[in-house]
Design a protein around this ligand. Sequence first.
Ligand code: PLP
Length: 414
Amino acid sequence: MSAAISAQAPEEHSHLYPSFRRADVAFTHGDGSWLHGTDGIRYLDFATGIAVTGLGHSHSELIDVLYRQGARLWHVSNAVLIPEQEELARLLCRHTFADRVFFCNSGAEAVEAAIKTARRFQFVSGAPERYRIVTMEGAFHGRTLATVAAGGRDKYLEGFGPPSPGFDVVPFADIDAVEAVCGAETAAILVEPIQGESGVRRLSSEELARLRAICDERKLLLIFDEVQTGIGRTGRLFAYQDADVRPDILAAAKGLGNGFPVAACLATEAAAAGMTPGTHGSTFGGNPLAMAVAQKVVEIIANDVFLQNVRCRSDRLFAGLNKLVVTYPDVFTEVRGQGFLIGIRCGAPVDVVALSARANGLLTVLAGDNVMRLLPPLNLTDTEIDEGLARLGKVGQALTLASEMPSIMENADV
Ligand code: PLP
C-alpha cells in the first residue's frame, strides 16, 4: 500500500476523463467496515463503493479464494466449458426463481442482457412486434445507450444523440399509467423494487403484485433490476423475495463480487428461450476468477442466519436513525428503505449533510430528493452501528447549531 497515494485531483494534473464529480478523498486500504484515508483518518464505510462491498473490505475468505483461483486459472473464453460458471449458476438458481443465468461484468450489462432476453422471448414466441419496455421515472439502469434510454432521465441523455428507441417511462409507482401505456408492442416491464438513485423509493408488495398481474394478463415479461437491491442488501438475497412477487428476469451486479467486477442476468427457462447460440455474448463475462469470488460471496450471503442478522442489525440502525430524526428535525426529516439500503431525507442541503458526515469520519452516498444513502456492509457489528449513529448525531448537532446561527453556517467546518 503506497502511502504516497494522495487525494490530489486538480483537473489540470489529471489525465482521466472529467466525467466523475469526485470527492477530495482517497484511501490506502480497507479493513472490514473501515477505510483508511490518505489524510490519516479512519472512515466508517457506510458507502461500500455504492452498495458493492457488502462483506466489507479485505474479507479473509474472499482473499483466500481470490488467491487460490488466481494461482490456478483466471480466464478462458466462453467458447469452452467453464465448470465454475455452472456451479455459480446452479447456486443462484437454487436460491431464486431462476433456471438460467448469463454472466457479464457490470450492472448495465446485466440490464442490457435482461432487455435483450425479453425482446428475444417475444420474437421467438411469434410476436416480433413486441419490443417496447415500460420503465418508471426516477429509475437508474446504467450508462449504456440502451440503459440511459430505459432510465429516461434528460440529464443522462443530453448530447448523446437520439435516445435508443423502445422505452415508455411512466411516473414512479403509477400502476394505472403502466396499464395504460402497455400496448400491442410492449414486451416487458422493467422496475427496481427499490429505486436507489432517486432517493430510496420503494414499490410496495401490492404494486409489484399488480405489475406481475399485468404481465400475466398480457403475456409480458416482468424484469426486476436488482443491481442495487440484490445480494442481501435488503435483508433477503433478492428484494423480490420479501415482496413474494417473482420476476421472469432479474439483473444482479454490485454486491455479487464484493468489488470484483461481475454481474448476472437470471431468467426462467421460458423467458430465456430465445437466447440461442450466437444471440448474446461477453469476452470477460463469467471467467473463472470472477466466478470463484462470486460463488464464495453467494455462499456466505445466501444463508438464513446471515440474512436474519442483516435484518436484526438493520432494525437497530433504523431505530437509532428514527431517534435522530426526532432529535435533529431540521437536519434529518425522514428515514426510508429496507435492510441496509437506507435513505435519510435531509432538512439541510444533502451535500452539506454528507460533507459533515465525512468530516466526522463517516462515508455516505448522495441520492435524489435531498436524500443521503446509508449502504453499510451487511456484516457490520452492533458497535459499528452505534458508532455510525454517534457520528450522525454529531452531524445533527453541528448543523442544528449552524442553522440557528447562520453566520456560523457560512464558515462552517462541516
Ligand atoms: N441498475 C441499478 C439499479 C443501479 O443502481 C446501477 C448502478 O448504480 C446500475 C443498474 C448500473 O450498474 P453499473 O454501474 O455496474 O453498470
